[in-house]
Design a protein around this ligand. Structure first.
Ligand SMILES: [Zn+2]
Length: 562
């Protein structure tokens, strides 16, 4: 999976950034500075509607820590300190200019907070559009590469670790490209972070967690992460977890090679994790029942999915930039995946925040009053979670001899795979409800909450794989009469037709994947993959009602009472 994603009145930023409230400093003349002359007025907004500053709403990121002992609480404090270093490193990778100086030069507190959320002067939820005067467009390769590099140049260059996950590409005085390992480029910061992880490991009672922390500390220093990924997969019973280091490659939009620093400090929800393990065991049986011809479900899905629920108590770096992740699937190392599988982490308190602040207000604007009682957190959590599990259903290899589904569908593969996981996740919920394995709520809760979820997701734009998947589903549901619109323009789910549309769409997607039919997928995206005028009007209504697009977190040791 890629990442599932999901803010109001942005709080005045003075509490967050005290330095910014004092006199702005003059920018220094180091190389990373923009060309702007801003010493008198600070950085000014450029082409950004003031409403855009309100797309994020602040939520306090909290969790019940009463079951943890003093050592565990101390450990959380150390992990948060290590995470702050990941945050600083991500600023360097994404933007390069000194963060404190940059922010201090933005006088308007709302603009300053917007820049802080975006880790620079580019609007992450609007295609990285520059929103401050004097800054150029964001380099697709961020700070991972020299700003003047072209794809061809690197492709043709003889450079060590050209496609490296953990190195920067630089240019020397003669113009020659060379690479520098993260462990060298960020040596001071990484040594400090490693020491914090080692200090935390001494407080860990769970031996496997202690081992993982030590290996992760080693990895930060020696630039080799695989053994720590293996150790992470071997941990099973640790009540505390941390995902930390250079992990995802989305920030490198030039090549998608290089990883960005991030961190999640996590407290495991043991009771929920047990329930999730139970659901994964049904995958083989549910695969058999998929509404598609037998040849499209001939593979047997694994039933040992490592699926757990957590509260996140700290986000840092890439995971904290722009939209906030609510579900993670790691590690990315294919060798570790082959031997150990992956772990899927459901971030429950972050989901609750998005549910309360975004999904419920969306439903109040767009769903008929009599169905709003069906918007429930249980349904939202289950729909998000079963999306993850449902990636395991269907088939990975075409039945037409075209190789894997991913190879044959090329750039459309991700959109279709995400669309599959969404619709089959709902299918799983329906089946498990029927079996009595899920006891919370009614099918109507899951359908109506699913429908409202489409509006939430399409607000991230139709350009991402998830966005395209949501558009296909919305347009397909419309065509099948799964929802109708009343005279007030409010959406009503038709239960019977929704069930039928769900089956039909499942069939369509599974068949397209199994056939590896690129042409037909291309056609489906062309006819069903865009936001049409009517839906755009509904999305405009949400924006006019000031419903946030995503959340931002008030977080840290003080919030948690640590
Ligand atoms: Zn997914």
């Amino acid at each position: 999976m890629k990442r599932a994603m999901l803010s109001t009145a942005i709080m005045l930023a003075c509490g967050v950034m005290l330095s910014a409230c004092s006199e702005p400093q003059k920018p220094s003349n180091n190389e990373a500075q923009p060309q702007a002359n801003n010493s008198d007025t600070g950085y000014q907004l450029k082409d950004l509607s003031p409403a855009r500053l309100d797309i994020y709403t602040e939520v306090t990121l909290n969790s019940d820590l009463s079951h943890l002992n003093d050592n565990q609480k101390k450990m959380l404090g150390l992990l948060i300190e290590a995470s702050k270093i990941m945050d600083d490193l991500f600023w360097q990778q994404a933007f390069g200019m000194n963060k404190a100086e940059f922010l201090a030069n933005i006088k308007d507190p709302k603009v300053r907070q917007f820049a802080d959320i975006n880790y620079g002067p580019w609007d992450r939820l609007n295609g990285d559009k520059v929103f401050l005067e004097g800054f150029a467009d964001k380099a697709p390769g961020a700070q991972f590469y020299p700003s003047d590099i072209s794809k061809d140049e690197l492709n043709q260059a003889d450079v060590k670790d050209k496609a490296g996950l953990y190195s920067l590409i630089k240019r020397d005085a003669q113009g020659q490209l060379y690479s520098v390992a993260y462990s060298e480029a960020y040596q001071t910061e990484l040594n400090t972070a490693a020491q914090l992880l080692r200090d935390a490991s001494k407080l860990a009672v769970d031996k496997q967690f202690s081992k993982y922390l030590n290996l992760r500390a080693d990895a930060l220093v020696n630039n080799s992460y695989q053994s720590s990924d293996f150790a992470w997969m071997d941990m099973k019973n640790n009540p505390i977890d941390v995902v930390i280091g250079p992990i995802e490659t989305y920030e490198d939009q030039l090549f998608g090679y290089r990883t960005a620093f991030e961190s999640y400090v996590l407290v495991k929800d043991m009771a929920w994790s047990e329930r999730l393990a139970k659901f994964a065991a049904f995958l083989p049986e549910l695969q058999q029942g998929l509404p598609v011809d037998a040849k499209y479900k001939q593979e047997v899905p694994g039933s040992d999915a490592d699926l757990n629920a957590y509260d996140v108590i700290y986000y840092a770096g890439h995971s904290n930039a722009g939209s906030k992740t609510i579900a993670i699937n790691l590690p990315n190392d294919e060798e570790v995946q082959l031997q150990k599988g992956t772990r899927r982490l459901q971030l429950k308190n972050a989901m609750q925040a998005k549910f309360d602040k975004i999904l419920v207000p969306i439903a109040d604007q767009l769903i008929v009053p009599e169905q709003r009682k069906h918007i429930t957190f249980d349904a939202f959590f289950a729909n998000t979670m079963f999306h993850e599990v449902a990636h395991g259903l269907g088939i990975k290899n075409t039945i037409t001899g075209k190789g894997t589904v991913r190879q044959s569908l090329q750039e459309h593969a991700s959109a279709l795979e995400e669309g599959k996981a969404d619709i089959l996740g709902l299918y799983m919920v329906e089946q498990l409800l029927k079996k009595g394995e899920i006891s919370e709520g009614t099918l109507e809760d899951y359908y109506v909450t699913f429908m409202a979820g489409i509006f939430r997701s399409v607000r991230f734009g139709a350009s991402s794989a998830h966005g395209k998947a949501n558009m296909i589903r919305f347009n397909f549901f419309k065509q099948e009469g799964a929802f109708s619109k009343n005279a007030d323009g409010l959406y009503q789910v038709d239960m019977a037709k929704m069930g039928a549309a769900m089956e039909k769409l499942s069939n369509v997607i599974l068949t397209l994947q199994g056939d590896g039919d690129y042409q037909k997928v291309d056609q489906l995206l062309a006819t069903h993959g865009d936001i049409k005028a009517e839906l755009q009007a509904d999305l405009d209504k949400l924006a006019a009602a000031n419903i946030p697009v995503d959340v931002t977190f008030k977080q840290g040791k003080a919030v948690l009472g640590l």
